[in-house]
Design a protein around this ligand. Structure first.
Ligand SMILES: [Zn+2]
Ligand SMILES: [Zn+2]
Length: 215
């Protein structure tokens, strides 16, 4: 989807009076004025619709709009093995799935209400933490720990959260109200930022002002 394969990395947009590759004015994202052509589709400023690029984030971040849902999903699965805290075959889960046919949001709420009371994973018998939002981060806290030296409270790193979320099976995801074909919970953690085409302001404006200064 991105026309700048390795991502944008340069903060300065000009190089020798020409738009710099891998900057926010990468000429592969579209024509930048009436005299230039797009280096992806060869279109001029009228023909070329502009193309998306991306920035690889140095550190992943939670999508702030989804942090509550991220906490809900983390609460429903094991911190260690990513399995649903209650077996998908259990009568409780089966009843919820039947009752919430075609209502995935309602299903997540009901599964969450059921799982938040569970403290131990059925599979590995390990004690689960309670998750709490702290600013743009998530705290994991254990009331009781399995090993004496284990920390009782940790700031959940994004990498760890991503590891847990990406191991959730498709069957469990369905139960959590997600269709893995369209949305996986690990997508709620952002590692890549899309950069819209140049034809979308204010990029053109920025270039305009640079040009004015030069002339
Ligand atoms: Zn183009
Ligand atoms: Zn487990």
């Amino acid at each position: 989807m991105s026309v700048v394969e390795d991502g944008i990395i340069f903060p300065d947009i000009m190089d020798d009076n020409k738009p710099k590759h891998r900057s926010l004015l990468d000429p592969r994202q579209g024509a930048i004025d009436r005299n230039s052509r797009c280096q992806t589709c060869s279109g001029n400023i009228v023909d070329c619709p502009g193309h998306f690029a991306h920035i690889n984030l140095a550190k992943p971040v939670y999508h702030i709009g989804f942090i509550t849902n991220t906490i809900k999903i983390l609460t429903c699965v094991c911190f260690y093995c990513s399995k649903l805290l209650m077996s998908p075959q259990s009568p409780e889960i089966s009843t919820i799935v039947k009752k919430t046919k075609n209502q995935p949001k309602k299903r997540l709420v009901q599964i969450y209400n059921l799982c938040k009371k569970l403290k131990i994973c059925e599979i590995d018998q390990r004690t689960q933490p309670i998750f709490r939002q702290s600013g743009i981060l998530i705290l994991a806290e254990w009331k009781k720990v399995d090993k004496p030296k284990q920390e009782k409270k940790i700031m959940l790193t994004l990498e760890r959260a991503w590891e847990i979320l990406k191991e959730i099976t498709n069957t469990d995801l369905f139960i959590l109200g997600m269709d893995p074909k369209y949305a996986r919970p690990d997508w709620m953690i952002i590692t890549v930022l899309p950069v819209p085409p140049l034809s979308v302001p204010p990029s053109v404006g920025i270039y305009g002002s640079v040009k004015n200064h030069d002339g």
